[in-house]
Design a protein around this ligand. Sequence first.
Ligand SMILES: NC(=O)c1ccc[n+]([C@@H]2O[C@H](COP(=O)([O-])OP(=O)(O)OC[C@H]3O[C@@H](n4cnc5c(N)ncnc54)[C@H](OP(=O)(O)O)[C@@H]3O)[C@@H](O)[C@H]2O)c1
Length: 381
Amino acid sequence: MSSPLVVLGATGSIGRQALDVAARLGVEVAALAARRGSDQLLELARMFADAAVVAVAPTGDEREKLSAELGERVGFGADLMEELASRPGRTVINGVVGAAGLRASVAALEAGNRLALANKESLVAGGPVVLDALRRGGGTLLPVDSEHSALFQCLVGESSGAVRRLILTASGGPFRGYSVDRLEEVTPGQALAHPTWNMGRRITVDSATLFNKGLEVIEAHYLFGIPYDDIDVVVHPQSIVHSLVEFVDGSLKAHIGEPDMRVPIQYAVTYPERLDGGFEPFDLTRHTLTFEAPDRQAFRALDLAYQAGRIGRSAPAVLNAADEVAVHAFLEGRLGFLGIAEVVERTLDHVPVVDLHSVEDVVAVDQEARGVARSLLGGAC
Ligand SMILES: NC(=O)c1ccc[n+]([C@@H]2O[C@H](COP(=O)([O-])OP(=O)(O)OC[C@H]3O[C@@H](n4cnc5c(N)ncnc54)[C@H](OP(=O)(O)O)[C@@H]3O)[C@@H](O)[C@H]2O)c1
């Protein structure tokens, strides 16, 4: 059974599902963290009455309210979230959104903890730094992203020399089949209506642009040490095949199941064991599976991610930061849908590529790229 859980990003889509998994398995929840001191965080603090609670950036009022009810159980600030992740003997579920999750990932691995990583930005922005922390701290890194959990499970028991390529599946998002002209007109409301997955706002928009798949290609490169030329993407609208590995003998292994994030979260918590989480049996006869190539002209973000990944060093961190800024502007109605890839491309052109040796290096690049992206948007965000 798992060590006590620290759930970062507890109020989000991944965080809530992680807490559901903990309740189903009867695993102790030792700590919860979120950005705001919201009513949702307070409600979770009541539900998990023994857990330490951290709000990273609460307002003054939120701080007062949380302190009044939770007393010494609550703390504030990003340093404290990092400290929660570094308490030894914990399984840390990182469901924070954005590059803000990096420090906690590094802290968890340096402390030798198991890190169940949903926060793909940790690896995209800080891949070399995260892998270095893994080597130094002797922790365990397990993917939560459904595609990477699928790949991980297909690779169990296989030697790296046996792998020909990794094939990531993509749902194609709400705009699959749209022409560039149609994409020009799409609204944030349409982009937020994902056909198969119910997720946070940033990843949902990233799924609509295929940017998310690009981030996942980079994540797969760092997790499995596979060159970009051997990582492919195929659109699979039903989201039943979560990803595949092709081997040198021509065999393919696929990981299949309902699109339910609690399954990969549970696996990351219980690995190498598999436990009965109470999920319904899968009925193959109810599904027809289709696969098609992604439209790389209409959805340019995918190739931008490959490009940044191949450049390596700090380029993926720039890519991620520019996208975070651009998605925010799109959601606020200050940038068109196609403008997201444009801002990312132009930011990549402007920010010099450097080596990343530490979290501070990543943070510096992240800040620089955000500044450039904001200035490209007219300084209005
Ligand atoms: N949702 C999915 O199905 C899914 C699938 C695969 C991978 N992922 C990845 O998992 C991560 C989380 O996605 P999500 O969909 O769960 O996002 P989400 O629903 O938007 O939740 C984000 C969580 O992160 C917290 N947070 C935001 N900024 C923070 C900061 N600076 N410090 C600490 N906490 C912060 C939020 O707290 P507040 O509520 O207080 O703002 C919230 O709890 C992303 O990296 C995403 O790519 C998600």
